[in-house]
Design a protein around this ligand. Structure first.
Ligand SMILES: [Zn+2]
Length: 199
C-alpha cells in the first residue's frame, strides 16, 4: 500500500504542513500528484522551489515580493503619505482587490501576543516607525483583524505612532468581529477603509 512507503509518507507529511490540510486531504493530494504526468508534477515542485527562493520580504513594507523594494513601495502613482498596516500579505491582497485604496502597505506577519512571546521586536515594528520618522508617511490606517490580539496591536500602534504626531485610524465598519480582514469581500473592505475612525 502506497502509504506504507516512506517516500509517499514524506509527501503526505509535506502536504499536512499546509493550513487546513488533514491526513485524508494530504493523502488525496499526494495520490493526485502521483497520478499526474511526471513533467507536470515536477513543474509543481519547481514552482514551489523557485517561489521560495526568489520571493522575499520587501525591506520597506515587508510584503512578499520578487523585486526589492516591492512594486507598491516604488510606485510613484500611489499616495506615499498613507500606510495601511495589515497582519498578513493576504490582507493587502484583499484591500488591493477593492481597487480604491491608493496608499502604501506595511505587513506585520503576525500580531502582538505576549503569551506566545511575540512583542514589538518580533514584528520588527522599528521598521514601521522608521517610515514615519524619516519618510513621507503622515497617516496610518490600522487594518489588523478584529480579534483580541488584532485590537491590542491596533491600540499599541495608535499609541506609539500617534505619539509622533501621525494621524492613526482604524478600519471598522463591515469587517466581521473576530474575523480576518482577508475574509471580508472587496466592497465591504473598500467601505471599511473609507469609514475608518481615528484612534
Ligand atoms: Zn514594499
Amino acid at each position: 500500500m502506497f502509504t506504507q512507503s516512506p517516500i509517499a509518507e514524506r509527501l503526505i507529511a509535506s502536504f499536512r504542513q499546509l493550513p487546513g490540510v488533514g491526513r485524508k486531504s494530504a493523502e488525496r493530494y499526494a495520490l493526485h500528484l502521483l497520478s499526474m504526468p511526471p513533467e507536470i508534477a515536477v513543474d509543481f515542485s519547481e514552482a514551489v522551489r523557485i517561489a521560495r527562493e526568489r520571493i522575499t520580504r520587501c525591506p520597506v513594507c515587508r510584503n512578499l515580493t520578487d523585486i526589492t523594494p516591492c512594486i507598491i513601495c516604488t510606485d510613484e502613482q500611489r499616495d506615499h503619505s498613507v500606510i495601511c498596516v495589515v497582519e498578513q500579505p493576504t490582507g493587502a491582497i484583499a484591500i488591493e482587490k477593492g481597487g480604491t485604496y491608493k496608499g502604501l502597505y506595511h505587513v506585520l506577519h503576525g500580531v502582538l501576543n505576549p503569551l506566545e512571546g511575540i512583542g514589538p521586536a518580533e514584528l520588527h515594528l522599528d521598521l514601521l516607525l522608521k517610515r514615519f520618522e524619516g519618510g513621507k508617511a503622515q497617516e496610518l490606517i490600522v487594518a489588523t483583524n478584529t480579534t483580541a490580539e488584532g485590537e491590542a496591536t491596533a491600540l499599541y500602534l495608535a499609541r506609539r505612532i500617534g505619539a509622533l504626531g501621525v494621524k492613526v485610524s482604524r478600519i471598522a465598519h463591515g469587517v466581521p468581529m473576530g474575523g480576518g480582514v482577508e475574509y471580508a469581500d472587496a466592497v465591504t473592505l473598500a467601505h471599511a477603509l473609507e469609514g475608518r475612525s481615528r484612534i
